[in-house]
Design a protein around this ligand. Structure first.
Ligand code: SF4
Ligand code: SF4
Length: 445
């Protein structure tokens, strides 16, 4: 076989180099080549491993493999600036105003007293008059847009369901853009409202948190004043599936030392629900309420160094049982939706917050009044001033194409905000590969 360097022999022709974002790993005894910039994941035949390593070093020992590696972005033209490409994709996403996206908090009130809740329970609740103004504003600025996306958040948003109905129905009736709505709810009140309206209200997804089985969930997520919530939530989900055709459910499981070993049992409760209408995801508990200040320290001590590897075992458990999952840091070209300069959270009095975690008093950066928005430019600029693409460490980071500089709320509070996938990138890639493999051949059991 002719071995020639693609750097030496290309006088007048294109020269190539290996991508900065490649990972070549052995996963379950299969060689896997991943590129984090393009998202390409390839299983490599064992007999091709050496040839591929040679090509990545600069020796074209196989023209066909060379072409395939080029196609997957594992090799790029010598002068190609991969960093500039991901930076441009990120800037496009951050300044994209082709979609109208809002998160609305119809109330800060909540019927739960979760051990890790960071929200300071406030009594603010949106009136129908304010809802009318907010809907007017949304309809007005969504002219010429194809879609409007509204995420309902709280407090517990179902404690003010009439406002949800009012805003969604007004938009459906008066805007030419198509509405896609979702909701983060604790699920308890699904038992007390007419959930059959969700299809008409275009509520396509409800995210509900279940923290393991009954025993641990009830400990982490009791009612205000005490009281169990697990059974009611399971009944609520059942009712939701029975009474809607188009509403899906995402189950979020907050993981801590008490429920880590009991997650397997949770799947028994979920077996009766339609898998094709569900997704599951897992997150470590990362905050604690004022009165449970030491709780996150307790969780941190449990997570230790191999924190992501620990979490990925739960994901594997879920896919092995046939559930679709949502992995962290795979949010396209931004770290999170609140990197987009037009995306914002609207509070019960029309006040504007930068993201769903930054909703404490003093974080307001504007207000919607009389159907118009007044933004405090100084605060808005400050929120969007964090830019991983101007940060020396981020520029050199191999997971920049997925992370894009991390959480801007953390950055504003003086932390780098590197996700744990940074420390355990190989573990993350292994899980990502398994999920992709599963998605391709997923059979609904
Ligand atoms: S992991 Fe950390 S260093 Fe890397 S891009 Fe994200 S925030 Fe920057
Ligand atoms: S805390 Fe960070 S990642 Fe979470 S919503 Fe706010 S900005 Fe986004």
């Amino acid at each position: 076989m002719k071995i020639s360097s693609y750097k030496d022999n290309m006088a007048g022709e294109k020269m190539y180099k290996e991508s900065y974002y490649n990972y070549f790993l052995e996963i379950d005894e299969v060689p896997v080549l991943v590129n984090l910039r393009t998202g390409a994941i390839a299983e490599v035949k064992r007999e091709n491993v050496q040839k591929i390593k040679e090509i990545l070093k600069g020796n074209i020992v196989d023209e066909e493999l060379f072409e395939q590696l080029k196609y997957g972005g594992y090799i790029v033209e010598e002068g190609y600036n991969e960093y500039e490409e991901i930076k441009m994709r990120n800037y496009k996403a951050r300044f994209d105003n082709s979609k109208a996206m809002f998160t609305i908090i119809p109330t800060f009130q909540c019927n739960f007293d979760c051990i890790y809740c960071y929200e300071t329970k406030r009594n603010k609740i949106m009136t129908i008059e304010k809802a009318e103004e907010i809907a007017d504003y949304i309809i007005n600025i969504s002219k010429n847009k194809k879609t409007i996306s509204i995420g309902w958040f709280g407090g517990e948003p179902l404690m003010n369901f009439k406002v949800i109905e009012h805003i969604n129905m007004k938009i459906i009736g008066e805007s030419e853009a198509e509405l896609f709505s979702s909701m983060s709810s604790n699920g308890y009140l699904l038992n007390y409202i007419d959930v059959s309206k969700f299809d008409e209200l275009k509520i396509k997804n409800v995210q509900i948190t279940l923290d393991g089985i009954e025993e641990t969930h009830n400990k982490y997520r009791p009612l205000i004043g005490g009281g169990k919530t697990f059974d009611k939530i399971i009944k609520g989900i059942e009712k939701l599936f029975e009474n809607t055709e188009k509403t899906n459910v995402s189950i979020r499981v907050n993981v801590g030392p008490e429920n880590y070993d009991k997650i397997e049992e949770l799947f028994e409760y979920l077996e009766k629900f339609p898998k094709e209408r569900m997704k599951i995801y897992f997150r470590w508990i990362f905050q604690a309420s004022e009165k449970n200040k030491d709780f996150h320290v307790h969780v941190r001590d449990f997570r230790k160094e191999n924190s992501f590897t620990k979490l990925s075992k739960l994901y594997e458990m879920a896919i092995n049982r046939g559930y679709k999952v949502m992995l962290p840091i795979l949010n396209g070209d931004m770290y999170c939706e609140f990197d987009n300069v037009y995306n914002m959270v609207i509070g019960p009095e029309g006040e504007i917050y930068p993201c769903t975690v930054a909703v404490e008093e003093g974080m307001e950066m504007g207000k919607i009044e009389n159907g118009k928005i007044k933004l405090e430019t100084k605060k808005h600029l400050k929120w969007h001033s964090h830019n991983g693409y101007e940060d020396k460490n981020c520029k050199e980071c191999k997971i920049l194409p997925l992370c894009h500089g991390g959480c801007r709320n953390a950055a504003l509070n003086g932390n780098r905000g590197c996700p744990e996938e940074k420390r355990e990138t190989e573990s993350f890639i292994k899980l990502w590969y398994k999920v992709k493999k599963f998605e391709k051949k997923m059979v609904v059991r």
